[in-house]
Write a protein that binds this ligand. Structure first.
Ligand code: AMP
Length: 306
């Protein structure tokens, strides 16, 4: 099974309470494709960068066996740049700047071969672009979609069009509340499921994630980490691990989705341990499997009656 990833590719300047990096590798599809590459040998990345995009980043993607033939490098253009600053409570961040560069004219064209990919992750980009991607695809088995507060606030109707067509929507708790104007997450989840998706994942940062299916809920814990360097891309990394695992097994049952949520949480827990993509660049399958087992251990309990 092959996996198509479409989203942003960026150079990020990130400030957290413990440090700062400038022009580091970022972007939704970068995190998604690196994370999914640990599970899936056939990852096809569609994106756009400028001529200033460092060769070392291209090499990194290639070393992860990610097919970048759909990566457009615009001559003389500048890569999308994003700057963000985290508060002491790292669940809160401010966007300091957004320099769109070549991203402003991003017109994702899906090559003939990739239109047949069975699994698709729509990373965070304008919903109109996500819709445009969907209109070019044959009939994928599973479409997973991420978004952000900016689009909920500025492109709500276009976002609803996308949500109607996707199989799994991945958002965080504040985005769920923003979409539905409903504070209770369970009610909010029900309202979103009525909008179209068969499954919904609501991430709650350091408090884990909830998976909703038809009449079913699974609550996944977050990995207990003592220190976090940089939360940027954790959600995208989650989406990459989740879909990478599902596409490898091809099993779309709710039980397998539960495992996929934990694999997604496992790779995301590595992501936040270092800045940018630094930690997830050099993982091994054994490390991911070990962390998956730790998740199992910290949440397992037996029913011994009382
Ligand atoms: P996350 O922490 O999961 O929200 O993802 C952070 C990544 O999203 C960063 O690497 C940014 O480059 C990228 N990003 C920030 N704003 C946007 C935007 N408006 N469109 C697409 N990608 C963005």
């Amino acid at each position: 099974m092959s996996l198509l990833v479409v989203g942003s590719i960026a150079l990020d300047t990130i400030e957290t309470p413990t440090g700062k990096v400038e022009n580091a590798l970022g972007g939704s599809s970068t995190y998604i494709s690196i994370a999914s590459s640990y599970f899936q040998d056939e990852v096809h990345l569609i994106g756009v960068v400028g001529e200033d995009f460092p060769q070392e980043h291209i090499n990194l993607l290639k070393n992860h066996n990610i097919d970048i033939s759909g990566l457009e490098i615009v001559k003389g253009g500048k890569t999308f740049r994003w700057g963000g600053k985290y508060h002491t409570d790292m669940n809160q961040r401010d966007t300091l700047f957004t320099e769109l560069g070549v991203f402003e004219r991003f017109d994702p064209k899906i090559p003939e071969k990739e239109r047949k990919d069975e699994f698709v992750v729509l990373g965070n980009i304008h919903p109109a672009l996500q819709n445009h991607v969907l209109s070019q695809l044959d009939s994928p088995e599973l479409i997973v979609c991420d978004t952000m507060n900016l689009w909920i606030e500025t492109a709500y109707d276009e976002l609803l069009e996308v949500i109607k067509k996707v199989d799994v929507l991945i958002i965080n708790d504040s985005e769920a509340r923003l979409i539905t104007k409903e504070n209770n997450l369970i009610k909010s989840a029900k309202m979103i499921m009525e909008m179209g998706p068969k499954h919904l994942i609501i991430k709650k940062g350091e408090h884990g994630a909830l998976l909703f299916g038809e009449d079913k809920i699974f609550a996944a814990a977050a990995y207990p980490l003592e220190s976090i360097s940089d939360p940027t891309g954790a959600g995208d990394t989650f989406a990459g691990g989740f879909t990478g695992y599902l596409s490898r097994s091809g099993d779309l049952s709710f039980d397998n989705m539960k495992r996929a949520v934990v694999y997604g949480s496992a790779v995301a827990s590595f992501c936040v341990q270092e800045y940018s993509t630094k930690k997830i660049e050099n993982l091994t399958k054994d490390e991911i499997q070990k962390r998956f087992k730790e998740f199992h251990e910290i949440t397992r309990f037996d029913d011994a009656g009382f």
